[in-house]
Ligand binder design. Structure first.
Ligand SMILES: *[C@@H]1O[C@H](CO)[C@@H](O)[C@H](O)[C@H]1NC(C)=O
Ligand SMILES: *[C@@H]1O[C@H](CO)[C@@H](O)[C@H](O)[C@H]1NC(C)=O
Ligand SMILES: *[C@@H]1O[C@H](CO)[C@@H](O)[C@H](O)[C@H]1NC(C)=O
Length: 512
């Protein structure tokens, strides 16, 4: 028996892994790839927690990105407007072409493979009171706003013109093209469908044809069931989310209200759907923003909420793919890997006008750049660093972390010892200080330069945006950009009932 224990004890203590770290070196011991939350504590041999002088830390799970950006080129022939031209919307064509729309009717094209960019001046309207939404079909680009709509053949730029039979609307929130139909949500007037290949005959789904007393449509997603058969998921400010089935034949549309009052009735901000499986809706109540994942069984007319993701900042829009939800905020945005029911992971990007999620790529535009990137997760890491005069130290740590299976723990020892090369502490400090001062000087210079540009740019933009009606594009021109120079502008822009992030304003900067 005694012999057995004698042999057992060394095996157990050996099972605790020991890592070696040299003095003066920053070493990553290991990564905890599957951890969603984690905590690291130092313990002594009796498993008691030691609180002082811990030389290892847990570096947090963070998001990093790999991608590219394309800067909006200036007009050669119009140097005056060069500073005031801003990108406001973006669409993606195929795997490699990005089109951006500017506030001065410019079309900015970038090819991801060749890296070639072009700027075309379209000059289709002088109406600066309305910002159009840019939409793409298999053949054309559309510039759609409440009072006008234009098309452009992007393979033959000479082939362009106004959309026939476009009827002016009081409000136009958001439009999308599916097959040969252009769908637009019009608030209390309902939803309009244009038949693109039939000279833009239109059909209006209003409250009567839907069979509801009142409606106020703000956002929607379309799912194609089969040819000429669609499900429309509509975010209504009166009836929550409603689902309508559409059957379109030649020039006739049959509609059927399948479900209504899904989720909170009046608090919805935006809606998105991942194929036909999961519906995500962003909400705002008083001062809280959150996203709810719904499970909908259309056949049995049942729905239920599956998950709730609290968001600590303002939500402007949401989008989803089969991995994550992308939550667009003002400066702080979030990625939520919803399959794991994880917490939202924040990332910062200043003055994003629009995000587009395609495959696993995030595309988007800030006022001067089109960008494309892939989000990647840097998992939790254990990092150690010691800079002490003692000869040799051994510390024992306990890591507790949660993965999909629940809470796990792992103990390990770290053995810090002297390396042959000991850099003098004071020398290190000196080098660091020198480096730091250099950074400060750089930052100060850039701030000064940027500040001047911000002022002129925001003044020009502000004057343009003053009388904009409510629509998707104007929502995306972030009000806080102008708030910095003129606080009372709030009343004129539609998103101002939200309290804003408390972030410092900056001009666009290069993102990567
Ligand atoms: C745009 O069109 C208007 C007339 O519609 C014309 O007066 C103006 O010169 C054009 N601008 C450019 C840059 O082509
Ligand atoms: C989100 O917020 C609600 C309301 O404050 C709260 O009840 C809920 O526990 C929160 N959920 C998470 C996952 O933090
Ligand atoms: C010092 O670290 C090395 C690994 O770099 C290790 O092989 C050696 O045993 C350590 N020395 C002591 C005294 O622990």
């Amino acid at each position: 028996m005694i012999i057995f224990i004698y042999f057992l004890i060394p095996t157990i203590s050996k099972a605790i892994q020991t890592y070696f770290v040299q003095f003066g070196e920053v070493k990553t011991l290991f990564e905890v790839v599957d951890a969603l939350e984690a905590q690291l504590i130092q313990i002594d041999d009796n498993n008691k927690i030691i609180t002082n002088s811990q030389f290892c830390i847990l570096s947090k799970r963070t998001l990093f990105t790999e991608g590219q950006t394309f800067q909006l080129t200036n007009y050669e022939f119009d140097p005056i407007s060069e500073d005031s031209d801003l990108l406001i919307d973006i669409v993606i064509y195929g795997n490699s072409d990005i089109y951006g729309l500017t506030i001065n009717n410019g079309l900015f094209h970038a090819n991801l493979n060749t890296k070639i960019t072009n700027l075309y001046h379209l000059n289709f309207t002088d109406d600066q009171n309305q910002l159009p939404q840019l939409i793409i079909s298999s053949k054309h680009l559309f510039f759609v706003s409440a009072n006008y709509a234009y098309y452009l053949d992007f393979l033959n730029l000479q082939n362009k013109g106004p959309v026939l039979n476009w009827q002016s609307k009081k409000t136009l929130y958001y439009s999308e093209i599916m097959d040969n139909y252009l769908f637009s949500v019009l608030g209390i007037d309902g939803l309009e469908i244009y038949f693109i290949d039939q000279d833009y005959q239109s059909y209006l789904l209003d409250h009567q044809s839907i069979g509801l007393l009142t409606i106020d449509f703000r956002d929607f997603s379309i799912v194609k069931i089969k040819d000429n058969n669609y499900f429309l998921y509509i975010l209504c400010k009166i009836n929550g989310v409603i689902i309508i089935e559409l059957i379109i034949s030649d020039t006739k549309i049959l509609s059927k209200l399948l479900l209504k009052n899904i989720g909170s009735k009046t608090d919805g901000i935006a809606l998105t759907i991942n194929f036909n499986e999961a519906l995500f809706v962003a909400y705002k109540t008083k001062n809280q923003y959150y996203v709810i994942q719904f499970n909908i069984e259309i056949v049995s007319r049942k729905w239920g909420s599956v998950a709730r993701f609290n968001i600590s900042n303002k939500i402007i829009d949401i989008d989803v793919n089969n991995q994550f939800i992308l939550v667009q905020g003002t400066h702080t945005h979030f990625i939520i890997y919803y399959l794991d029911k994880q917490n939202a992971i924040p990332f910062q990007l200043t003055s994003v006008k629009q995000f587009v999620l395609a495959d696993n790529n995030i595309y988007g535009t800030t006022s001067k750049y089109l960008f494309q990137f892939q989000p990647k997760i840097q998992p939790f890491q254990i990092k150690c660093f010691i800079d002490s005069d003692s000869n040799q130290i051994e510390q024992k740590y306990k890591l507790m972390y949660r993965n999909n299976q629940g809470w796990q723990q792992k103990e390990f020892k770290v053995n810090f010892n002297h390396s042959s090369l000991i850099v003098q502490k004071s020398f290190l400090l000196f080098v660091f200080l020198l480096f730091f001062i250099q950074i400060l000087l750089c930052v100060a210079y850039r701030l000064y330069k940027n500040q001047r540009e911000i002022l002129t740019q925001s003044q020009i933009l502000e004057s343009k945006i003053r009388q904009l009606p409510q629509n998707r594009a104007s929502k995306l021109l972030m009000p806080h950009t102008f708030r910095a120079t003129q606080p009372n502008l709030e009343t004129r822009i539609n998103t101002n009932d939200f309290t804003d992030d408390n972030t410092i304003l900056q001009k666009d900067k290069k993102i990567f």
